[in-house]
Write a protein that binds this ligand. Structure first.
Ligand code: SAH
Length: 236
C-alpha cells in the first residue's frame, strides 16, 4: 500500500502543474480557444493582454455551478444579481488601459475578482472596491488562494474612489453610473487613463485621459453593465 503514495501524489500534481508558464488545469484548451476566437479574433492585439487572459483561471473565479461555462462567449451570473463580464469585454477594456507593468490601478466593482486578476498580471498593484460584502469577501479569498498578492480588495461604495491610495495610473469601472464620478477623475495621475461605462440601459464605454493640460474624453463602444449602486444613484 505504501508504494502507491508516490504514484498517487504524482497523479494529483498533474492536475494543476504549470506548462510553459500556462497552468495545465483541464481548461487550458477551452481558455486557448477563448483567447483565439473571442478575443484576438475580434481585434484585441496587445500581446501582454492576450497572455494575461490566457493565463488567469477564469473557472476558479465563477461559482461552482458555472465552471463548465467559464470560457463561453458571454457574461455569467456570480450571485447577488451580479455578473462576471464576457471575456472579450474584459480584454477590450484592459487593452484600453495600456498597462506596461509598473502601474497602480483602481477597479470599481470587484465582482468575481476575474478582471482584478487580469489587471494583476499586467500592473504592479491593483486596488479593487466591491459594494456587496459577500462578493468582496469571496473575491478576496479566491484571489489570495490563486496567489494574487498584489490585489487589495475593499468592501464599500467605489463612487468616491480610494483617496488614501490615489493617484492611480489607470482606473477601470465595471458597473455603470449615469454620469462620470468626479472623484475618479480627480484620482487620475497625470498621464492616467479612466475606462468606464456610462448610461442607463444603453451605455457607452468612455476613455478619459488626464495630461498636463487637462482631460480628454473618447467614446469607445456600446456596452451593457449592471448599474453602479450607492452614491451614484443619488447623485443622478
Ligand atoms: N469586474 C467584475 C464584474 C463586475 S459586475 C468581474 O470581473 O467579475 C459589477 C460589480 O460592481 C458587482 O459585483 C456590483 O456589486 C459592483 N458594484 C456596483 N456598484 C458599485 C459601487 N458603487 N462600488 C463598488 N462596487 C459596485
Amino acid at each position: 500500500m505504501r508504494a502507491c503514495w508516490p504514484v498517487l501524489v504524482a497523479f494529483f500534481a498533474l492536475g494543476c502543474h504549470v506548462q510553459n508558464g500556462t497552468p495545465y488545469d483541464g481548461y487550458a484548451e477551452a481558455r486557448e480557444r477563448m483567447v483565439r476566437d473571442q478575443i484576438a479574433g475580434r481585434g484585441v492585439h496587445d500581446p501582454r493582454v492576450l497572455a494575461a487572459v490566457g493565463h488567469v483561471p477564469r473557472h476558479e473565479l465563477v461559482p461552482d455551478a458555472m465552471r463548465e461555462h467559464a470560457y463561453e462567449d458571454r457574461p455569467l451570473p456570480i450571485g447577488r444579481d451580479q455578473t462576471i463580464s464576457q471575456p472579450y469585454v474584459v480584454a477590450y477594456m484592459t487593452e484600453q488601459l495600456r498597462l506596461r507593468g509598473d502601474e497602480r490601478v483602481l477597479e470599481i466593482g470587484t465582482g468575481s475578482g476575474y478582471q482584478a486578476a487580469v489587471l494583476a498580471e499586467l500592473a504592479r498593484e491593483v486596488y479593487s472596491i466591491e459594494i456587496v460584502e459577500e462578493l468582496g469577501e469571496r473575491a478576496r479569498a479566491d484571489l489570495a488562494r490563486l496567489g494574487y498578492a498584489n490585489v487589495h480588495v475593499r468592501v464599500g461604495d467605489g463612487y468616491r474612489g480610494w483617496p488614501e491610495q490615489a493617484p492611480f495610473d489607470a482606473i477601470i469601472v465595471t458597473a455603470a453610473p449615469g454620469h462620470v464620478p468626479q472623484p475618479l477623475i480627480d484620482q487620475l495621475a497625470v498621464g492616467g487613463r479612466l475606462v468606464l461605462p456610462v448610461g442607463g440601459l444603453d451605455q457607452e464605454l468612455l476613455r478619459i485621459e488626464r495630461d498636463a493640460t487637462g482631460i480628454r474624453r473618447e467614446h469607445l463602444i456600446g456596452v451593457r453593465f449592471v448599474p453602479m449602486r450607492g452614491e451614484a444613484e443619488t447623485q443622478e
